[in-house]
Design a protein around this ligand. Structure first.
Ligand SMILES: Cc1cc2nc3c(=O)[nH]c(=O)nc-3n(C[C@H](O)[C@H](O)[C@H](O)COP(=O)(O)O)c2cc1C
Length: 246
């Protein structure tokens, strides 16, 4: 339909990067598109940390459970939930800062971060860069907080690794559109058949990319969802001031 839509529909994560730097001018643009994103109540509760230092990227790769592509790519951006600025405003106007204690704050800031993240992804992919979002940093959020000097009322939500692709990976098939789109109201009845259809499609796909052990979508998803895969998130959030009890 147009080039932007084609770029977005053509997305696939990249996990192998060339040894090629990203210019300061491009990084400035990526930051600018992130900041231009809509955000909840104009509270502007997202901050970015731009990481290019090799040793820091190596450490982040380790924190994220050994994700080598973080160290290999020239650029890592951390998307920080940041109510520290609101705390400064609260002190300035002499009123209490209550919202970080609520589940609403966690939802709102996670949505804000997702929008920022996608703005950067679309811009990066339009410049022939490759990306992979990195939720793996929540494996040890306290280590990220220490490494990047994050103050109270902040939390490392997600990362983004960016670089020039060494190869363009296969495009991962999605579920049939009908499992994603409901018109006017949610229709649970159609889902089991569509999930069977997708599992039958994913099995040969995973085999073709050498990930046969993941079996299919249902099995692979439950490899994550049958336990709390990042148990340190909630205790660390509480320490940072995100109580999530209101
Ligand atoms: C919020 C978020 C966190 C993610 N975290 C990781 C991660 O830590 N490591 C990784 O290799 N991929 C990560 N991914 C990439 C997903 O695995 C990937 O988007 C998904 O498998 C679909 O594949 P595709 O993006 O290539 O279409 C993440 C994606 C999102 C949106």
């Amino acid at each position: 339909m147009n080039q932007t839509i084609e770029i977005m529909k053509n997305h696939r994560c990249i996990r192998s990067f060339l040894d090629k730097e990203i210019t300061d001018a491009i990084i400035d643009e990526l930051v600018a598109v992130a900041q231009a994103a809509p955000n909840s109540i104009n509270g502007q509760q997202i901050s970015l940390i731009i990481v290019r230092d090799k040793e820091k990227k190596r450490r982040i790769a380790e924190i994220a459970g050994g994700q080598t592509w973080i160290a290999q790519a020239p650029l890592f951006i951390l998307f920080v939930a940041d109510f520290y600025k609101a705390k400064l405003a609260a002190d300035k106007v002499g009123r209490p800062l209550v919202i970080p204690e609520s589940v609403e704050a966690t939802i709102a800031v996670a949505i804000d971060a997702g929008i920022c993240l996608q703005n950067v992804i679309t811009a990066a992919e339009s410049l022939d860069l490759g990306i992979v979002p990195i939720g793996g940093i929540r494996n040890d959020p306290a280590a990220m907080i220490e490494l990047l000097n994050l103050p109270e009322y902040t939390f490392p939500l997600n990362g983004l690794t960016i670089g020039y692709p060494a190869d363009r990976s296969h495009k991962k098939p999605r579920m049939p559109l009908a499992a994603f789109r409901h018109d006017e109201s949610y229709d649970p009845a159609k889902l089991p058949g569509l999930i069977d259809e997708y599992d039958a499609l994913m099995h040969p796909y995973l085999k073709s990319v050498g990930r046969e052990n993941e079996v299919n979508w249902s099995t692979n998803t439950l490899n994550y969802y049958s336990f709390v895969y990042f148990p340190r998130v909630y205790p660390t959030m509480k320490i940072q001031g995100f109580k999530n009890d209101k």
